[in-house]
Design a protein around this ligand. Structure first.
Ligand code: PEP
Length: 251
C-alpha cells in the first residue's frame, strides 16, 4: 500500500543556522516515526548543512528545484548530480511559484522530471489550477494537461518513484484549504490519468500529495480521502510545532 508522505517546502526562508536548528528539532521530535515518510526542502545554500544534521535520521532531504543537466555552461543552475552529492533524495519540480514567477512550463517540468528520475532523485511534481481556471470549470482539463506534460516520454519502467503534489494555487499560502471532497475529486482524476497513461496497478502505487494551507487541524480530514497520500506543506513546515503536529496527526 502507499505509505503516507509529508514534505515541508521551506521556500526562500531560513539562513543556514536557523535551518540547521529547525532540522535538528524535527529530527529529535520525529525520532521513531516510521509509518509516515518525511522530507524537508531547504534553500540550495542550506542543503549541505541540513544534510549533515539529518544524517542517520528518518527525515529525507529535498531540493526545491533542479536543472536537467549535470554540468556545463549553465550559469546559476544546479543539476541532479550536485543535489545527490549533498545528500538529496527528493526534488520538488514545477511548484506553482516557479510556474508563476520563473517561467516554468510543462516542457521544462518534463525535462526536470526526466532528469531527476534518471539520476535516482525522487521527483515531487506539482500540478494545480489557478482560481480563475477553477471558476471557469477548467480544473480537470488544466490538471490533465499538466500531468500529461510532466510525464511525456517517461516509460512505465522509469515512473514508479514519482510523487505528484496536487496544489490548487488558490489554496497555497492563503489559509484557504480545499475541502477534502474538492481534493479527492482531483486526486482521483490524477490517478485515472496515470492509469490511462500507464496502467491501473502502477497508478495505484503512485503517491499523490495534497498541498495548500495544510495545518495540524485539517490534515486528518484530508487524509480520510482514499486517493490522498500525504501533503506538501509550505508555511506550516517552518515551525517544528506545526510540522510535527501535522505528522503526529496522521502517524
Ligand atoms: C506550498 O507552497 O507548497 C504550500 C502548500 O504552501 P502552504 O502550505 O503555505 O499553503
Amino acid at each position: 500500500m502507499r505509505k503516507p508522505f509529508i514534505a515541508g517546502n521551506w521556500k526562500l526562508n531560513l539562513l543556514t543556522e536557523p535551518a540547521m536548528n529547525l532540522a535538528g528539532e524535527l529530527k529529535n521530535r520525529l525520532r521513531g516515526v516510521d509509518q509516515v515518510e518525511i522530507a524537508v526542502a531547504p534553500v540550495f545554500t542550506a542543503l549541505s548543512a541540513v544534510s549533515k544534521v539529518l544524517a542517520g535520521s528518518n527525515l529525507g532531504l529535498s531540493a526545491q528545484d533542479l536543472y536537467w543537466e549535470d554540468a556545463g555552461a549553465f550559469t546559476g543552475e544546479v543539476g541532479p548530480a550536485m543535489l545527490k552529492d549533498v545528500g538529496c533524495k527528493y526534488v520538488i519540480i514545477g511548484h506553482s511559484e516557479r510556474r508563476q514567477f520563473f517561467h516554468e512550463t510543462d516542457e521544462s517540468v518534463n525535462k526536470k522530471v526526466k532528469a531527476s528520475l534518471k539520476s535516482g532523485l525522487i521527483p515531487i511534481c506539482c500540478v494545480g489550477e489557478l482560481l480563475p481556471e477553477r471558476e471557469a470549470g477548467k480544473t480537470l482539463s488544466v490538471i490533465e494537461r499538466q500531468v500529461k506534460g510532466a510525464l511525456a516520454g517517461i516509460s512505465k519502467a522509469e515512473v514508479p518513484p514519482l510523487v505528484i503534489a496536487y496544489e490548487p494555487v488558490w489554496a497555497i499560502g492563503t489559509g484557504k484549504v480545499a475541502t477534502p471532497e474538492q481534493a479527492q475529486e482531483v486526486h482521483q482524476f490524477i490517478r485515472k490519468q496515470l492509469a490511462l497513461i500507464y496502467d491501473p496497478t502502477l497508478a495505484d502505487s503512485i503517491r499523490i500529495q495534497y498541498g495548500g494551507s495544510v495545518k495540524p487541524d485539517n490534515i486528518k480530514d484530508l487524509m480520510k480521502m482514499p486517493d490522498l497520500d500525504g501533503a506538501l506543506v509550505g508555511g506550516a513546515s517552518l515551525k517544528a510545532e506545526t510540522f510535527v503536529g501535522i505528522i503526529k496527526a496522521i502517524g
